[in-house]
Design a protein around this ligand. Sequence first.
Ligand code: MRU
Length: 353
Amino acid sequence: MFSQTNQVYPVIWHNDSVSLIDQTRLPSEYAFVEISRSEDMAVAIKTMIVRGAPAIGVAAAYGMYLGAREIHTNNRDEFLHHLENVADMLRCTRPTAVNLFWAISRMIKVAYETLGSVGDIKKALFQTAQTINAEDLQTCQAIGDNGLKVLPTRLEQLTLLTHCNAGALATAGYGTALGVVRSAWREGRLTRVFADETRPRLQGAKLTTWECVQEGIPVTLITDSMAAHCMKQGMIDAVIVGADRIAANGDTANKIGTYSLALVSKAHHIPFFVAAPLSTVDFSLSDGSQIPIEERDPTEIYQVGETILTPAGVEFYNPAFDVTPAELITAIITENGAFAPGELKQLQLKQMV
Ligand code: MRU
């Protein structure tokens, strides 16, 4: 939905149900899917009608409320038991983005901690889903502003490269990596953004370019394999990507292709930034080797439209994410500021005090 500033909100509560921008149909169609049942929200997350780590978290929070609304009992224990089943169903949708699990756990905690009737718990769950949505929007705006403080200053205006879509569509609005791009554009610090197409699902080609065009941000599309060449030609000043899960040591899971982008950035002495809310940091994992990597249907890599690309007898491997080692990351930009990957652990300690 557009406001006067062309802001995009991929998940909104509207007419007693959730309106999702159908991201599988962009950019050719700007259409909405109305979701009023938790099962349908699970399908929407799995099929990537809604995608991007923070947006998945917001959608799951509303999914929990929709599930709560479907439970018809006044018995608290029975209600909580059924709500745990809704949580399990939503957790099974996508394994890598930790925001999904974070949002569901927050909703479950609210349910257990709310005293009073089942009706009171349902109201608290609705309020919490709305809060998660509103907080994420504010968080992204803070990430955008914090990003401005760490972008290279040797040039007045920069050309940034991004991978996948970490924009408004992937969050409650504004975006993480693309939030920094937006803030840089607003402040006159951006010449242009290069968008990797992001094989196989083409989130860069379809979604990032669409968002940039909505706002008049100059955007150039390249295929993933062109990034190193563009860097060698001196066309890129910094790289900025989002994250699906960050381990306590700063190792970062993001869309497949991010790791190779970080390696070529290092080879060309180009700073490589990760922009993500603190809800994307999974302090329970000491390093990135423990992050579950989603494998998706191989048709995504061997079929384009109706056309099968490969001969019979080929085997396929389609991991949706990879893990970039912390040592390749210049800084992780969060709503609380930008940190070297090794500084994340101190943040956790502060949170525990
Ligand atoms: O498979 P997707 O489209 O959900 O993957 C999205 C990404 O990898 C994003 O970069 C990440 O979720 C950060 S979104 C702010």
